[in-house]
Write a protein that binds this ligand. Sequence first.
Ligand code: NDP
Length: 485
Amino acid sequence: MSKQPNNLTTSWGAPVGDNQHSITAGSRGPTLVQDVHLLEKLAHFNRERVPERVVHAKGAGAHGYFEVTNDLSAYTKASFLSEVGKRTPMFIRFSTVAGELGSSDTVRDPRGFAVKFYTEEGNYDLVGNNTPVFFIRDAIKFPDFIHTQKRHPQTHLKNPNAVWDFWSLSPESLHQVTILMSDRGIPLTLRHMHGFGSHTFKWVNAEGQAVWIKYHFKTEQGIQNLDVDLAAKMASENPDYHIEDLFQAIAKGNFPAWKLYVQIMPLEDANTYRFDPFDVTKVWSQKDYPLIEVGRMVLNRNPENYFAEVEQATFSPGSFVPGIEASPDKMLQGRLFAYGDAHRYRVGANHNLLPINRPHAEVHNYQRDGALRSDNNGGGSVYYEPNSLGGPKESPKHKIAPFEVSGEAQSVAYDHDDHYTQPGDLYRLLSEEERARLVQNIVGAMKPVESDEIKLRQIGHFYKADPEYGRRVAEGLGLTVPQGE
Ligand code: NDP
């Protein structure tokens, strides 16, 4: 605990004479407007919340470090990922996706897995999930998808009809739906799950040569999941179970750790691979692109203050550092805009000046002013470029690696539309007990759907992934697989 000073002051630093009684005319009042300490106290209280995140509202955070264990400098010039022994401070925020700030931790939902690395060349944010894929593969569908996960505009209730209507009409979601409905849809704790960058990214080495990569964080605590009945019980008895577990583990010195691996794909393979490697609803088979160790992440320090560190932490997949670049993944491309924009709206244009977001690398640029500009705003230094006053200059060696683009500009899907092989592969790698629980979870989630048309459409997708999968879900719902599937 930090030392407590004992002189109470107003926010403008003046001593407070009385913090228990407002200034009133006599002992009965009324209260006098001249009690400016009271006015400031009430007015500030009204403004204690910043808007909660539209998605990933409820989270838990921790500080730690990342240490490189394998020399991958042949693939990236980002030394925090490739120089053996190098340690970089980092902060992570885990979250549920759909629930509000006060919602339960033990619900069936993907978990956000957002890591901020405070590197010597600026902050790198790896803003992923605990699943290797996502429900949709084009950012234009994101607001509609999230509407189905949120509350009905009239009843303010969660709406399974919308959820399954959208999924059944968006077969690219089948892979993520299968993962979500499997045991891994409710992790035991935040410590017992993997993390994934999910998107494909580009790594560039010091010679300017590039490869495509995917990130995998593997939990050293082992995968463990929560039984559905216990999860429901926990949701009412201790809705903050995951936040509490993480905080307590770190407080007791039981530091959770993950090994980071990458899959590496030569650039030219992207033209011939059997799935589109930029489609975030698909994985790259580890038989084709095996995991290569990068390093180890250890969480060893709790936040001092939840609001300052966890709530105000802002992550953007667009916060790249030299050696890491974007891929054409259409979800990633949308997120490059949407995350920064969310933070400018939610926390403010100067969110990167807050201590939790401030790079450890020095920042020199020509941005000035804006709400809550809390540093010296560049003082009297030169505030435009180009200039002949010796202001900060670009470094051409950090230009992005040039890449070719081709094709006609049009609104169009990825060429590949096999949405069934990979969910089927996942179904087939599950044990019989895991399959039975998967089907049971799906049946439980689909039962409240009012329309048989929606249910049958979705059963058709399960059937295409694996006939047994489709038949078992249909049976559980008292339906039969539609003819022609
Ligand atoms: P592999 O057999 O090489 O890899 C299987 C992957 O599945 C491993 O990453 C394994 O990681 C993971 N896995 C094992 N059990 C489960 C489970 N119950 N739920 C979710 N994931 C599990 O096969 P492929 O790489 O060819 O992939 C086959 C299928 O595995 C894919 O269609 C995909 O659905 C799933 N998968 C693939 C991943 C990838 O990056 N290729 C990542 C995660 C899942 P672990 O045992 O450490 O969890």
